[in-house]
Design a protein around this ligand. Structure first.
Ligand code: NCD
Length: 330
């Protein structure tokens, strides 16, 4: 059945008294990194740094007291789902968790637009993860409350890219001038799709290292080329590891393969070990959105360059910032 798609509505048009000046993203959806310019990024990261400081000092506070988040997950998640829950609760709000859509009316055949229109009766903001590219944009058209894309198939994962960029800035002190190497499944990995786009706002060089069948989609390479980003594709990590400032490792996305034999062929293409990392700079970082399934050896975890666990923590502060912003409280 073809869905009737309503036009975009202005969300939350009535700003509460006093919220005008500091509510850049009030009532807005977060669907793609393309909606953020550098000034927006500075603003988000400024708020995230304040959140980080508040969590360190007091743990939780009441900025979003009385607000409710619907956390709607049609795909598995540990970090994204629980960091949004933690973010909301640390801000004094509460959460409707729907992470087993099997037990919701989705299993009775309810459409995404209807599920979203239901949840917004009970919640002030919706976080959505869904296996189809474009699903977040579709859901946002039906919702009058702000909707945050927590991963739409192989499309985008904007909040992950924001926390990735925050991590780079926090760990290395800058983004301009860096060489970023993305490794692994660049075809199906939505985190690298969003991160590459977000990095195009900066003066960076990007290397893509992947097996032939998992190369970065040409439309993304083209998009970045038009923005003047220096990019190159490689089959072997050794070619670029020595000049890399940020090594962004990804999991081969097993669930996106139609042919299991193809997955088996490429699943162990690259493994980061202390030996491999001897060829890398002393001052650089290794990131991973996690979960990892063998592409970074646990023997590397104690290396100061291993930033992936710190990256998860930064995610909490960035998601606190985003929730406060879309709800008009930042
Ligand atoms: C990523 C995702 O879901 O796209 N995980 C995450 O959100 N931290 C990466 C992955 O699943 O490999």
């Amino acid at each position: 059945m073809a869905l009737h798609t309503p036009p975009l509505r202005q969300k939350n048009p009535h700003l509460p008294f006093g919220d005008h000046q500091h509510s850049r993203f009030y009532g807005q959806d977060i669907l793609s990194v393309n909606q953020f310019n550098r000034e927006d990024l500075d603003y988000i990261f400024g708020v995230a740094a304040e959140m980080q400081e508040m969590v360190r000092r007091v743990g939780s506070f009441d900025l979003l007291k009385g607000k409710i988040l619907a956390n709607l997950f049609y795909e598995p998640s540990t970090r994204t789902s629980s960091s949004f829950t933690s973010a909301m609760e640390r801000l004094g709000g509460s959460v409707i968790p729907i992470n087993e859509v099997r037990y919701s009316s989705v299993s009775k055949g309810e459409s995404l637009p209807d599920t979203v229109r239901t949840l917004e009766c009970y919640a002030d903001v919706i976080v959505l993860r869904h296996p189809e590219t474009g699903s977040a944009a579709l859901a946002a058209r039906y919702a009058s409350k702000p909707l945050i894309n927590a991963g739409d198939g192989i499309g985008e994962h904007p909040t992950q890219a924001l926390l990735d960029l925050y991590t780079i800035q926090a760990e290395l002190g800058r983004v301009d001038g860096l060489t970023v190497t993305m490794l692994g499944d660049l075809k199906y990995g939505r985190t690298v799709h969003s991160l590459a786009r977000l990095l195009s706002r900066f003066n960076v060089r990007i290397h893509y290292v992947s097996p032939e069948i998992l190369r970065m989609p040409t439309e993304i390479i083209q998009e970045l080329k038009e923005k003047g980003v220096a990019q190159s594709e490689h089959a072997h990590l050794e070619e670029v590891l020595g000049e890399t400032d940020v090594l962004y490792v990804t999991r081969v996305q097993k669930e996106r393969f139609s042919d299991p034999a193809e997955y088996d062929m490429v699943k162990d293409s690259y493994v980061i070990t202390p030996e491999v990392m001897r060829a890398a700079k002393e001052e650089m970082i290794v990131m991973h959105p996690l979960p990892r399934v063998g592409e970074i050896s646990m023997d590397f975890d104690d290396d100061p360059r291993a930033a992936y666990f710190r990256q998860m923590e930064y995610g909490l502060y960035v998601r606190m910032a985003l929730l406060a912003m879309v709800l008009g409280k930042a």
